[in-house]
Design a protein around this ligand. Structure first.
Ligand code: PSV
Ligand code: MN
Ligand code: MN
Length: 426
């Protein structure tokens, strides 16, 4: 499905208008001493991992409305990421969730990945649900649980994920902990933290030296009084406790409304502890909407910190892992992911246009308006021709969503896999 030739054919009718818009933007950037090709090169290198759980329709606890053709196996999930990557050449890896994605035939999986030029990005553990044959329940926590046997079971599950990761070549083990409490007094807050730190240390010790543990924080949900890892400070302190292969993961939806996420990013870069992102969009909380759909300026400001950090020799932060973490009820999941990747690339491109020397000068002179205008100037530039050109130069579609629709991909997937969704059993 979707050969290189097909993509070229779909690009053909769009080419002349694209050339017009691209050459205008190239000229405008040159007037500002910016080299469009230099930006494009960086966009081509930028890759965003796709989580296996974003490939099916999400839902709420009220219902789910799948559009059909959803992947029924890990192989089909990799098949979906192959399609996305053929269209935009910017999503060359997939993140797996255990036990949802337990690999059955590892050599065959490796072959499939290699043939498509894909890799496994991260392994994600799941101690937020009880599984069928599980000895102990996580109702009152997993790594933070009061009982040692429950903690041990959760540690063992994480080590199992690390083992799968080793076999599949994943370099990241991500821990998002649903542990917390719903009522004051339910949990001893300090001891729950201590137990978690010790349990994480046992997992950390089981990791090979080239693997990084990403620790994700979240202020609320599933618990509404306290979460054991509610904020970046807690994640950061756990990383400090564990060692240099532990890093903080910033999920954009895991902040209380109006939190200054770009400042958190700046702080973590300063400490060299920024490990990765889960991109999504949100209006209220962990809404898991399309990245950039609600707060595009915030997304740009986050990338502004990242680009600034990358250009500052004083920042020694290791490479940051980028992933989407979104899943909702309304859109075709593949179209949603194409939109998200495009928003991310757009925000990155805009951040690359910021005149850093002028910004620094304005900041040092406390010229507030000038500093803000420099950022706004970059943010308000229409960079879509740069992103489209990056897709084109790397062999992708000039307009991935249009190509997806013109190629009737969803219709073909429904034909192959059926209209019904396995996850709901409907
Ligand atoms: C739950 O909030 C969550 O969305 C976290 O963001 C995790 O990254 C994801 O689920 C998968 O475990
Ligand atoms: Mn997440
Ligand atoms: Mn989340």
């Amino acid at each position: 499905m979707l050969s290189d030739q097909q993509i070229q054919d779909l690009n053909q009718p769009l080419l002349s208008e694209h050339q017009l818009r691209f050459s205008y933007l190239t000229d405008m950037l040159a007037r500002r001493s910016l080299d469009a090709q230099d930006v494009i090169r960086q966009l081509i290198d930028f890759q965003v991992a796709i989580p296996s759980w974003a490939l099916g329709t999400g839902g709420t606890r009220f219902g789910r409305y799948p559009s059909g053709g959803e992947p029924r196996s890990l192989e089909e999930k990799i098949g979906d990421v192959t399609l996305l990557n053929r269209l935009n050449r910017s999503s060359n890896s997939i993140s797996l969730h255990i036990p949802w994605d337990i690999p059955k035939d590892i050599p065959a999986l490796q072959q499939q990945l290699q043939a498509e030029g894909l890799t496994i990005d991260s392994m994600n553990s799941n101690t937020f649900q009880d599984q069928k044959d599980q000895a102990y329940s996580y109702k009152f926590g997993s790594l933070s649980h009061t009982e040692k046997a429950v903690r041990q079971q959760a540690i063992q599950h994480n080590i199992e994920c690390v083992e799968y990761g080793k076999q599949l070549g994943a370099k990241i083990h991500t821990v998002w902990l649903a542990d917390g409490s719903n009522f004051p007094g339910q949990q001893h807050l300090r001891r729950a933290y201590q137990r978690t730190a010790e349990a994480l240390a046992s997992i950390y010790e089981a990791m090979p030296s080239d693997m990084t543990m990403l620790i994700e924080y979240k202020p609320y949900e599933p618990h509404f009084y306290s979460m054991v890892i509610p904020d970046w400070g807690t994640s950061y302190s756990l990383c400090q406790y564990l060692g240099e292969n532990a890093q903080v993961l910033v999920d954009l939806g895991h902040h209380l409304p109006n939190t200054n996420i770009e400042q958190i990013v700046g702080r973590l870069l300063h400490f060299g502890r920024l490990g990765g992102f889960h991109f999504n969009g949100s209006m209220y909380g962990d809404d898991d909407l399309t990245t950039g759909s609600i707060k595009p300026y915030q997304l740009f400001l986050i990338f502004n910190e990242l680009v600034d950090g990358a250009q500052d020799s004083a920042v020694t932060n290791a490479a940051v892992a980028y992933m989407i973490d979104a899943s909702h009820n309304t859109k075709d999941p593949l179209e949603d992911l194409l939109q998200s990747v495009e928003s991310i690339l757009g925000a990155y491109a805009k951040a690359l246009l910021v005149d850093r020397a002028a910004l620094q000068e304005a900041q040092e002179n406390n010229d507030v308006v000038r500093a803000e205008e420099i950022l706004r100037d970059a943010f308000l530039t229409d960079v879509r021709p740069l992103v489209a050109e990056a897709y084109r130069q790397s062999g992708g579609a000039l307009n991935p969503i249009a190509a997806y629709r013109a190629g009737q991909i969803r219709e073909q997937l429904i034909q192959q896999r059926g209209k019904l969704s396995l996850s709901t059993g409907l």
